[in-house]
Each structure stands twice: as C-alpha cells, then as structure tokens.
Design a protein around this ligand. Structure first.
Ligand SMILES: [Zn+2]
Length: 125
C-alpha cells in the first residue's frame, strides 16, 4: 500500500453549539487540513497521484471555507462545524473528485491548533 498526503490551510470562523444548548463565542482558526490518499498500485508514472493535482483538488474542496463563517455554510448550517465534521465533509468530497478504482482518500486531518487535530478515516484499510 502506498500513501501520499498534502496540506493546505484555511482561515475560517465557527461557533459550536455546546451540549448545554448554549453556543460558544464566535472565533476563528487557521485550520490546517491534511488529506491522505492511498493506492495499492502506482500509476504508469510510478505515482499514487500527482502532488500538484492533489493540492489543486484539495483546494477546490476547501476554497469555499476560506474566510467565511462556517455556521452559515451547508452542511454546517445544520451540522456543528467541529474539526471532526469538517474532516468528514472534506474527505467525502475529495473522494468524489480524486477517487477511482485505484486511488482512495484514506483519511483527512483537521488541525485546529498545532496541538489539536481531528481525523476522519474514510476506510479502515
Ligand atoms: Zn474553534
């Protein structure tokens, strides 16, 4: 199994609804979003995926999160915009753009700070 990953960053604000029903204060993060993709076989170039193309595809997915208030943006108008939920949304959309019968998005990490990261695994393999 081969794996590659790429990082991008997005500056966005959110406001989480807490279990008490209250909401925390509106605040922002410079989220680091890291996508890992895997392939059992390399392509004819000897690559899982071209790094440049993967960066471009990841940016395509996250661009709409740039400098916005996430709570106003689907699906986060309905789903709490936690790092975990952001990771899942990015993973599923990226899979739709880069996945095929050879390549799949394995996991996406969303770093809220240098010390706090949530990971969504698309597959256990
Ligand atoms: Zn936060």
């Amino acid at each position: 199994m081969y794996e590659i990953f790429t990082d991008t960053t997005v500056s966005a604000a959110h406001r989480l609804t807490l279990t008490s029903g209250d909401a925390e204060r509106l605040h922002g993060h410079n989220w680091r979003i890291r996508a890992h993709i895997r392939a059992r076989k390399l392509d004819e170039r000897g690559m899982v995926y071209d790094f440049y193309d993967l960066e471009r595809e990841l940016r395509r997915v996250v661009e709409r999160f740039e400098h916005v208030y996430l709570n106003e943006l689907p699906p986060f108008d309905d789903v709490n915009p936690t790092a975990e939920n952001i990771a899942r949304v990015v993973a599923e959309e990226l899979q739709g753009n880069v996945g095929d019968d050879r390549v799949s998005v394995h996991r996406v990490e969303v770093w809220e700070t240098d010390h706090c990261c949530a990971v969504f695994f698309r597959d256990a393999g």
